[in-house]
Design a protein around this ligand. Structure first.
Ligand code: SF4
Length: 206
């Protein structure tokens, strides 16, 4: 896939890359043996071509906790990431995005396997932060599936929960006046977006 790097650069594509830690041990235990080294290699290639250094070539990294806890403060962690990656590997990037693990999909399996679902659910509920509600990504965006079905967010897509409450579910019938005022389909997974500093595809909400 190395040829993609020039392709992205030529089109000025903004890149958002997952790197759950700046330590090899943590990344390999979460993503598999050797993933950290391969990630570092690619980040160096991206830097070399201008990503993370040229203002038109944005490279953001994503952190998510490797276990059942909330992400630390985004700005503080970003400082640590920048310092460690620059010092140890000479790597530069623009912004760190912290994302809370949603109790769905693979992470739900992880919780169930360790009998930690109830504990994590309680942590998310107890950490509810009402200041995040106005900034939730489902308040100002939609997600469209490959088949044209509209969802409030990508978590709802993963859970098979399209937009509801009687409005059209297909992009061919999209109506900004209706869809921008839609009632959002929520579930207990939404506590993942409202816990602590909040969470979205573009990072913490406050
Ligand atoms: S999971 Fe819930 S709160 Fe979070 S973006 Fe989706 S609908 Fe909104």
């Amino acid at each position: 896939m190395k040829g993609m790097i020039e392709f992205y650069r030529d089109l000025r594509v903004k890149l958002v890359a997952s790197l759950p830690c700046y330590l090899k041990k943590e990344v390999d235990s979460q993503r598999g043996e050797g993933v950290f080294e391969r990630s570092i290699e690619v980040l160096k290639l991206l830097n070399k071509i201008g990503y993370g250094r040229d203002q038109n070539l944005v490279l953001d990294l994503v952190f998510n906790p490797e276990a059942a806890f909330l992400p630390p403060q985004q700005a503080t962690l970003e400082t640590d990431y920048k310092e460690e990656l620059r010092k140890n590997f000479g790597i530069f990037f623009n912004k760190l995005i912290t994302i809370t693990n949603m109790p769905v999909g693979r992470f739900l399996q992880y919780l169930n396997k360790r009998h930690q679902y109830d504990e994590y659910d309680r942590l998310l509920r107890d950490s509810f932060n009402p200041r995040t509600v106005d900034k939730l990504m489902c308040r100002n965006q939609i997600v469209v599936g490959w088949d044209g079905i509209i969802y409030d967010c990508d978590f709802n897509l993963a859970l098979g929960l399209p937009v509801g409450f009687g409005i059209s579910r297909h992009i061919s019938d999209f109506d900004p006046a209706v869809h921008s005022k839609r009632k959002i389909v929520t579930g207990i997974h939404c506590f993942g977006c409202t816990a602590g500093n909040g969470s979205s595809c573009s990072g913490a909400l406050e």
